[in-house]
Design a protein around this ligand. Structure first.
Ligand code: SF4
Length: 422
């Protein structure tokens, strides 16, 4: 842990000291240009919701990150879920206290999941990513739930380590998901063992190959008549710098659609040891990795997040009004940062006992969403899920005529893929 990354030593969020553009320019820092806008957001493709927000209306979120299990069977060294005491395997080298991670892994019941999907769709939520603090493929209800989402025309995605997916279930993934992201932060067995703490590299690669085969050989398409986008996501730790370029190559060889490299979303006390400064030394590596991109395969460096040293250019968090999080135990929060801290202050409700639409309409929901505006963001997770949305929303909120700005902004062409995943 490095003291300079502790909240009290960080520049105030929203202050000009958070901006290190000149330094990055000297380094010839890059910029992501990919078909998914992964290092940015897609809020302007939802102008109706933006205008409602700018008019001070009580809006329904566009997107939910939803967990359907409370635990995992891998112990990835960068995992924020471990910090938040998700249950299950942690690893053996004592990298983090295991006391709170002990206990049974619980699965969210199918009835709850379906009720959430139905309620979300009816309320105006436009997408759900099954991505929580645990490994959601451990809940066998996942596949039935995804089929239900297709029936009600709700856009779904899945983030997974992919090592526990059985071959017989791959077809269900490829016919019911808009995209699937595989958490693979190594290009060799050796690095995989260090970063993910099990010897499962081959299982992951095998399943990625089966997914590509399902699309290319068997022609499987999702409910929109499109191939499910398959990608690798590497979280860059101090242990896998040498794997960036090899992973970019591996993704290309296998035939997936993209490989994305991003920084650790670290806890405010730098417990996950994000090497923010070292990221800045990797310009050549990142550019070499990008050179493996083709028309059909993107290597995406999250340059914006990678270069910000974990600081926040925005002074307030408006992103939780557009993107919320549901934990595997059914708790609903403005974002995943509060799963294990200040729960009473930020808990919005629990979908096991209260319908989501009722939670959206409750005074607790709006009081809590407004309480988020009082948070000192230096004490938040670095580069959290809402980070890019927050940059856009902050700029809009600082404009004299926010509604005019929303209506007059010209969106880049072509339209990015998966616009409902803001
Ligand atoms: S971690 Fe902080 S900045 Fe990020 S969404 Fe949560 S409250 Fe907002």
């Amino acid at each position: 842990m490095d003291n300079k990354y502790l909240p009290e030593n960080r520049p105030e969020s929203g202050s000009t000291k958070t901006i290190n553009k000149d330094h990055l320019n000297k380094l010839e820092w890059g910029q992501a240009f990919d078909p998914y806008r992964m290092d940015s957001d897609k809020l302007f493709w939802h102008r109706d919701r933006l205008i409602e927000w700018a008019s001070g209306k009580r809006i329904v979120p566009l997107h939910i990150d939803m967990g359907i299990t409370t635990g995992c069977n891998l112990g990835c060294k960068f995992c924020y879920g471990v910090v938040q005491s998700r249950k299950g395997f942690v690893g053996s080298d004592g990298w983090i206290s295991t006391a709170k991670t002990e206990g049974k892994i619980e699965s969210m019941p199918i009835e709850t999941i379906i009720r959430v999907f139905d309620d979300a769709k009816r309320s105006g939520v436009r997408s759900i990513n099954i991505d929580g603090s645990g490994e959601n493929t451990l809940n066998p209800a996942l596949y039935t739930a995804l089929e239900h989402a297709t029936r009600i025309n709700l856009d779904m995605a899945l983030a997974t380590h992919a090592a526990s997916i059985k071959e017989k279930n791959i077809e269900k993934l490829l016919t019911n998901l808009q995209w699937l992201r595989i958490n693979l932060s190594a290009a060799t067995h050796e690095t995989y063992r260090i970063v993910h703490q099990r010897d499962w590299f081959d299982k992951v690669v095998k399943n990625a190959k089966l997914m590509v085969e399902g699309k290319k050989k068997h022609g499987l398409l999702n409910n929109k008549g499109l191939e499910t986008t398959i990608g690798f996501q590497m979280i860059l730790t101090k242990d896998n710098f040498d794997d960036v370029v090899p992973l970019a190559k591996l993704g290309k060889e296998i035939g997936i659609d993209y490989t994305v490299i991003k920084p650790i979303s670290d806890a405010p006390d730098n417990r996950l040891d994000a090497p923010f400064e070292k990221y800045l030394d990797l310009v050549d590596t990142f550019k070499e990795a990008e050179s493996y991109s083709t028309e059909n395969y993107s290597v995406i460096i999250k340059w914006r997040k990678m270069g910000n040293m974990g600081n926040k250019r925005y002074g307030k968090c408006h992103g939780t009004k557009f993107i919320i999080a549901i934990e595997g135990d059914g708790s609903v929060f403005p974002c995943g940062h509060w799963f294990d801290i200040e729960r009473e202050r930020f808990l919005l409700g629990n979908v096991n006992v209260t319908p989501l639409s009722e939670i959206f309409n409750s005074e607790t929901y709006w009081n809590t969403q407004n309480e988020i505006l009082n948070v000192d963001l230096r004490y938040c997770q670095a580069n959290c899920r809402q980070h890019n949305a927050n940059l856009t929303l902050w700029d809009i909120s600082q404009d004299e005529k926010p509604k005019k700005l929303i209506n007059s902004t010209i969106m880049p062409r072509p339209e990015p893929q998966h616009i409902n995943f803001v």
